[in-house]
Design a protein around this ligand. Structure first.
Ligand code: B16
Ligand code: MG
Length: 217
């Protein structure tokens, strides 16, 4: 049974908005440039919630690149991503998202973001929800990204609520692991069928299956 939390910490990409699709398209553009095979299924399976560098390491696995080339490829992907998100607007927020965030605040619960993205603040501004947030932990906040607990622990600190009184909302395995190891309650927003591994990870948690975002299946 879910206890009333002191704070709800939302993942961004794949939870409040579908930027996961733009991340995929930007990585696909880069992979095509480099002649590396890369599919939507691989993106959903291995890259959701994972940092920019870790994502690139997955795509180029087994191939030799210098650190300068790796940096250039991360920058190139980020430029493609910027082009894709430049037209985002409040219409790209999950339906009912603004009202939900407002209702949570009205109930006296703090609202924070726990996103591994360095572009998080830009996306929040495009969605025009920055004013509804009590804290923003993003890809610039901590050294160790998801699945390490650091990002969610940092977010809890920003809103001054003990981790045990926080609820984390996530769509990706890396984020589930981060929330669980932070010692928070978890709400999994699953975009497709929930795997046995996710059910194991999500013990004593809330699972909500929804198909509001485009996925490969
Ligand atoms: P960036 P989240 C994550 O955001 C994305 O899910 C993941 O696909 C992306 O690689 C990562 O942010 C880093 O993003 O390149 O913009 O810094 O799901 O933690 O909100
Ligand atoms: Mg996510």
């Amino acid at each position: 049974m879910l206890k009333k939390p002191g704070a709800i910490i939302f993942d961004l990409d794949g939870v409040l908005t579908d930027t996961s699709e733009y991340h995929y398209q930007a990585w696909k553009h880069l992979a095509d440039d480099e002649g590396i095979p890369f599919t939507h299924e691989e993106n959903d399976e291995h890259l959701r919630g994972v940092s920019r560098r870790e994502s690139l390491m997955y795509i180029i696995r087994g191939r030799q690149y210098s650190e300068d080339q790796i940096q250039e490829m991360m920058d190139r992907k980020n430029n493609y991503y910027h082009e894709l998100i430049s037209h985002m607007s409040p219409n790209d927020l999950v339906p009912g998202g603004r009202a939900l965030l407002q209702d949570i605040r009205d109930a006296g619960i703090k609202v924070a973001i726990g996103s591994g993205s360095k572009n998080c603040r830009m996306v929040l501004d495009l969605l025009q929800i920055t004013d509804l947030l009590d804290g923003i932990a993003d890809g610039n906040s901590v050294v160790n990204g998801k699945p390490a607990p650091d990002l969610f622990v940092y977010a809890a600190g920003l809103v001054n609520v003990p981790v045990a009184e926080c609820l984390g909302v996530e769509d990706a395995d890396a984020g589930i692991e981060a929330i669980k190891s932070a010692g928070m309650q978890l709400w999994l927003l699953a975009h497709k069928s929930v795997s046995t591994e996710q059910i194991r990870l999500c013990q004593h948690s809330q699972i909500c299956t929804c198909k509001i975002y485009s996925t490969s299946s």
